[in-house]
Design a binder for this molecule. Structure first.
Ligand code: SF4
Length: 159
């Protein structure tokens, strides 16, 4: 399956717990003021790869304990995100996903992705709520959500 990415980082220390294989999806239409990755906004920029190529790189990485889907907006390329998350779980990686959507307002079909996601960091970046003390997110409206616990308890459970 084709996927448009801004790039990937085989050993990231800042996109979730532990060492992570991070994939930066290309394309986001939100244009949050102060976004740290403006180069990922253009839907037609970045590079086109296949999910197979990324999965092959993922399989080489022995130091990472998880993968992170970020961007850009991973949910704009939902089927590719699902394929990567599913493969990652098969390799024994935990899966984090960043999205500008809120948990309550995910696009149609996102449930299929959540089946393979351990942690969802939700909400767009709001510069007026910026907080440098936060771990793994940039503004106070964003939440680091334990997906499995949230589904089990029927309410949002943050980590
Ligand atoms: S949702 Fe994320 S990637 Fe998109 S503009 Fe906002 S901060 Fe940037």
């Amino acid at each position: 399956m084709k996927i448009r990415v801004a790039g990937f980082e085989p050993e990231s220390f800042v996109d979730g717990n532990g060492i992570r294989f991070t994939i930066f999806f290309q394309g986001c239409t939100r244009r949050c003021r102060g976004c740290h990755n403006p180069q990922t906004h253009d839907l037609d920029a970045g590079i086109e790869m296949t999910t197979y190529e990324i999965i092959r790189e993922m399989a080489k990485n022995s130091l990472a304990s998880g993968i992170t889907l970020t961007g850009g907006e991973p949910l704009l390329q939902l089927d590719a995100a699902i394929e990567l998350a599913k493969a990652a779980q098969q390799f024994g990686y935990n899966v984090w996903c960043y999205t500008g959507f809120t948990y309550e307002n995910l696009p149609q079909g996102a449930d299929r992705l959540l089946d393979y996601v351990d942690v969802l960091v939700d909400g767009e970046y709001r510069e007026e709520e910026r907080d440098l003390e936060l771990l793994f997110c940039g503004s106070r409206n964003q939440r680091v959500i334990d997906v499995k616990q949230s589904r089990a308890q029927g309410r949002i459970v943050c980590r």
